[in-house]
Design a protein around this ligand. Structure first.
Ligand SMILES: *Cc1c(COP(=O)(O)O)cnc(C)c1O
Length: 399
């Protein structure tokens, strides 16, 4: 297998019905058969190349899922209607009532809420740990632990998970390592670092256009087949399937992801160096002084850089709001949640995408109420963007 994820996607030959250079969109919920037996076989997963019903598989979804599997280096993939759809579908397939999950304390707010508030209803317990503290992860393992859950680069603190080490711990415990790779596509391939299941919010970098929500699960053939099992699969029975029109449009965007990631990383690194020069309190995993720098470097596909996510700490929510409002007016980007867009997006994590996390837990994990998370855009003139940010910082007398 080729080492570079974008080359693996590039090498796929996915044509449409008439030799179209983009695969055809299959605009159909159901599929007809010439022989009744083929339908029965398809139902039981035994008729290769046949489609049955679009909640199970749709050819357009399959093209995108295959491309994502190529990117992540897994045998298979399945696409969902949102990132949360991917996360919940994967976790509910892996855990039964009475089981236990060890999760990073810092994850996407919706993931945290699902584990903290919703899973206990079904008697699935979750222990939240500092995922960079491997001893704490080991200590949290129980005989009933089925999953270790983390994000390659955590939201919003940009901590780095040591996936090879977490994989060893999970294998020793007989558990599965599930990794959300939303912040670091192309940069890190978690499956190749020992993860068992990789989940994505395609809403972010993969699609990169902010025109839809979507998600994906990449894993072994066996696991994807379990998900779509007509009797017991969460994907089949909970039904979080992606619309084929949307799959088709995301697939085209996926083909430019490698170029976009390089530019996001270049721009974020540029800003990180400027933030350092003026003495701001900031966080970027691409600078040596970041706690996770060495860990990220060992897992990284270097050519894609250290990613487009950077945060600064303005100490108080009031100060963060003042800066964000200035930056919106100065056309630095948009005050908005989400990330991975061609424009820079910024938001105060504690009051938005992590607001599901109670204030005292935010404090415990080291999430400052003044934290502004930037998803740095594809600006062609990042020096100009920096000058705008600098003017805003001066106006509120931070520098
Ligand atoms: C946005 C996000 C999600 C949720 O994805 P949706 O597409 O909004 O459902 C999950 N994980 C991370 C890291 C995210 O940034």
């Amino acid at each position: 297998m080729k080492k570079d994820p974008s080359s693996r996607i590039f090498d796929l030959k996915q044509f449409g019905e008439y030799g179209d250079v983009n695969p055809s969109v299959t605009d159909s919920a159901t599929y007809t058969f010439m022989q009744a037996k083929t339908m029965t076989d398809t139902f039981h997963g035994e008729a290769e190349g046949c489609f049955l019903y679009s909640r199970h598989w749709n050819p357009s979804n399959k093209y995108l899922a295959d491309a994502l599997a190529a990117m992540e280096g897994t045998e298979a993939g399945w696409v969902t209607a949102s990132g949360m759809g991917a996360i919940t579908t994967a976790l509910l397939q892996l855990c039964n009532s009475g089981d236990h999950i060890v999760s990073s304390m810092t994850t996407y707010g919706g993931t945290y809420a699902f584990m903290q508030n919703w899973l206990p209803r079904f008697n699935i317990e979750v222990t939240f740990v500092d995922i960079t503290n491997l001893e704490a992860v080991k200590a949290a393992i129980r005989p009933t632990t089925k999953v270790i859950y983390t994000e390659t680069m955590t939201n919003p603190l940009l901590q780095i998970s040591d996936l090879p080490e977490l994989s060893k711990i999970s294998k020793a415990a007989g558990a599965k390592l599930v990794v959300d790779n939303t912040f670091t596509p192309m940069m890190v391939a978690p499956f190749q670092q020992g993860a068992d299941v990789v989940v994505h919010s395609m809403t972010k970098f993969i699609n990169g256009k902010n025109d839809c929500v979507a998600g994906a699960i990449c894993a072994s053939n066996a696991f994807i087949n379990e998900l779509i099992d007509v009797n017991n699969g969460t994907a089949m029975l909970l039904g979080p399937v992606l619309d084929p029109y949307r799959s088709s449009s995301i697939l085209k965007n996926l083909h430019t992801l490698h170029i976009r990631m390089k530019q996001h990383s270049y721009n974020a690194m540029y800003l990180a160096k400027k933030f350092k020069e003026v003495g701001l309190k900031f966080n970027y995993p691409g600078l040596e002084e970041h706690r996770g720098y060495a860990t990220l470097t060992k897992m990284l596909n270097q050519q894609y850089g250290y990613g487009g996510m950077i945060s600064i700490d303005m100490e108080t929510a009031e100060q963060a709001n003042r800066l964000m409002e200035k930056m919106e007016l100065a056309d630095v980007g948009y005050l908005a949640v989400s990330l991975g867009y061609f424009k820079t997006l910024f938001s105060n994590s504690g009051k938005s995408t992590s607001s599901e996390v109670p204030a005292e837990v935010q404090k415990e994990m080291g999430l400052s109420e003044g934290l502004i998370r930037f998803s740095v855009g594809l600006d062609n003139d990042i020096e100009d963007t920096w000058q705008r940010i600098k003017t805003c910082l001066k106006e509120i007398e931070v520098i």
